[in-house]
Design a protein around this ligand. Structure first.
Ligand code: CTP
Ligand code: MG
Length: 595
């Protein structure tokens, strides 16, 4: 569970450094913040007015049978209530607005940042974790912005304000009412500590539950085919039970704390009635004061109780912001040079010069690779699985940077140009096709406005994808569901060919999937590939003999090193690795085809 370490952070409830950075996001909406604080103070100030008005009603009007005055006071009370409700409405609206605006910006920034991160980052970060940052963690910041920070002000303000009224009315009675406070503080302290621990437990178990669920839904067909439902169900039950237990623990503390606070508040009121009642009988205080005190006592328990909840909000938000900032500060990126060289009208010459590369130094997966491709030529790379074929593509497109050596396009080091410029000239068909949700059309054009519908149809026709697309109910507007789950592997491949061709790239990279398709589709794909290669520089990681045979150069890769290089005839004549490969694998294919 080392992956969950980040999710277990349970820091301080207030960290000035984090807070400063968070406030930076509020800055553009400062006026809403100020407005919210002012509204808050107004709302907070209005509440304690009501008991005071009650006191005046009782002592000055009810006792003196002044009905007119009483009516005015009641109207006054009513007006205060209406006004307070209206202010409360504005307050709720603007605080939520503030929160939503702030997290909108933050989410944008997080997503944009994630888009800039390099492949290396995604190699080491589980997807679930990034999703959690953009959803849960940001949500807890929303709570902080929209209620946490501002409400803490108002809770403190209300408590002070109420105490002020109480002491102004009668200090002895105030002391009686406040006598339960030490118990309340101690109880709150215990509660906070326990809830904090159980909260961490809940979070931990929820993370486990989520990742288990994600993995097993994704791999459902494997579970079903190996008939592992029972075992998996048992595992899941255990995780689920742990999660339930953690939740029940935390509910237990709430279930004890809230009624406990109620009880204390009743005790405080009982004390007031008992002591204050005596004072009223002895005519030391007026009856209205007693009324007011009962209401004040009820009133000040709520903000004190809420403060402990705010403490949790603060703490969660601080931990979340720490995780979010950690992601935002992650600098696993392929940087552009400060002054990129222009890359105009690329011809498509590619040269690797003594290139060495590792995903994790010093485990080199490519060693001392040198080769040259003239514009318009096709190079095929063959080699066993894990030989480093895909890695060659990964470094040519700058998904990863190399450790040493040089990669040149048209004689320019690719590290000296803007990544965007470089990639503009390259199209790539990956080993496993990735389709996005959206229409087939948008999957081919990748929503590039420069690609007209005509280009999409032409590309599809050329690679032979047109035929099956025409048969779909909505044709090019057919929705691609869940990464193309409703399409066959061959169909997905044809779509990805159309995608590559629609871009009309100078350099085409093809990482052929090994998956076998039926002979018809095989032929379609073969024709598609021929169409794709025409007039472009191409690097093809090939498994199909015909593609390889027609290549200008074949590179034989073995454990990250180039062992042989030449065209089909030359390599056969050499009687080396390629010859053996050919004997083992390709000859069979030829025999099958010719029969
Ligand atoms: N590798 C790695 N980290 C990655 C990708 C690959 O460490 N993110 C390693 C693999 O374990 C492998 C080596 O790099 O040992 C070469 O991988 P690759 O270039 O993908 O191999 P291919 O020749 O493309 O193999 P295949 O035919 O199976 O696609
Ligand atoms: Mg590969």
């Amino acid at each position: 569970m080392a992956d969950n370490k980040d999710d277990e952070i349970l820091g301080k409830a207030y960290d000035s450094k984090l807070m400063k950075r968070l406030l930076f996001y509020i800055r553009p909406y400062k006026k809403y913040m100020v407005l919210a604080i002012i509204l808050n103070i107004i709302v907070a100030a209005l509440g304690p007015l009501r008991p005071y008005l009650t006191k005046i009603a009782v002592d000055d009007y009810i006792f003196h049978k002044n009905y007119m005055g009483l009516l005015w006071i009641v109207l006054g009370l009513f007006a205060v209530l209406i006004f307070q409700s209206f202010m409360q409405y504005l307050l709720t609206y603007y605080t939520q607005y503030l929160g939503q605006r702030t997290i909108l910006d933050l989410r944008h920034q997080l997503f944009a940042h994630t888009q800039r991160l390099a492949a290396r980052f995604f190699d080491k970060t589980p997807i679930g974790r990034i999703v959690t940052r953009v959803t849960n963690d940001i949500e807890s910041l929303n709570e902080l912005f929209s209620s946490g920070i501002i409400m803490v002000f108002s809770d403190v303000f209300i408590v002070i304000w109420i105490f002020g009224f109480m002491f102004f009315l009668d200090w002895k009675l105030s002391l009686v009412a406040l006598s339960v406070l030490p118990i309340l503080f101690y109880g709150t302290f215990l509660f906070r500590k326990k809830v904090r621990e159980s909260y961490r437990d809940v979070r931990f178990h929820l993370a486990r539950l989520n990742s288990y669920m994600q993995e097993h839904v994704t791999g459902m067909s494997i579970i079903q085919i190996f008939h592992k439902q029972k075992e998996e169900y048992k595992d899941f039950s255990n995780i689920n039970a742990d999660h339930k237990k953690a939740n029940i623990d935390s509910i237990f503390y709430y279930a004890v704390f809230y009624p406990g606070v109620e009880l204390l508040s009743s005790i405080a009121i009982a004390l007031i009635v008992w002591y204050g009642g005596g004072e009223v009988v002895q005519k030391n205080i007026q009856l209205g004061v007693l009324f007011a005190f009962i209401q004040y006592t009820e009133m000040f328990f709520r903000p004190i109780r809420d403060l402990s909840e705010k403490y949790n909000i603060m703490q969660t938000a601080m931990a979340s912001s720490e995780r979010i900032f950690k992601l935002l500060d992650d600098d696993t990126m392929i940087h552009n040079p400060a002054q990129p060289l222009p890359l105009t009208d690329l011809q498509g010459a590619i040269e690797f010069k003594n290139v060495t590369f590792a995903y994790n130094e010093p485990d080199y997966v490519l060693k001392n690779i040198s080769f040259k491709i003239e514009p318009g030529q096709t190079v095929a790379i063959v080699g066993a699985t894990g030989a480093g074929k895909t890695s060659i593509i990964n470094i040519l497109t700058r998904f990863y940077d190399i450790s040493s050596g040089e990669i040149l396009v048209d004689g320019i080091d690719i590290r000296k140009v803007d990544k965007k410029e470089l990639r503009k000239y390259i199209s790539i068909v990956l080993q496993d096709v990735f389709l996005f949700s959206g229409s087939i059309k948008s999957n081919i054009s990748m929503n590039n406005p420069e690609i007209a519908d005509e280009d999409i149809y032409r590309a599809s026709r050329l690679v032979g994808a047109d035929k099956f697309i025409q048969q779909l109910p909505l044709q090019y507007n057919e929705e691609v569901k869940e990464r193309g789950a409703t399409l066959s592997v061959g169909q997905k491949q044809l779509i990805s060919f159309a995608r590559a061709l629609a871009y009309d790239p100078r350099i085409l990279i093809l990482d052929e999937a090994t998956s076998s398709v039926d002979t018809d589709t095989e032929q379609l794909i073969q024709q598609a590939i021929e169409e794709l290669l025409k007039g472009r520089t191409a690097i093809v990681i090939a498994h199909r003999l015909s593609t390889i045979q027609n290549a200008d150069t074949i590179i034989v890769l073995h454990k990250g090193e180039i062992k042989e290089m030449g065209n089909h005839q030359e390599l056969l004549a050499k009687r080396g690795i390629y010859y053996k490969l050919y004997q083992l694998q390709y000859k069979d294919q030829e025999r099958i085809k010719s029969t």
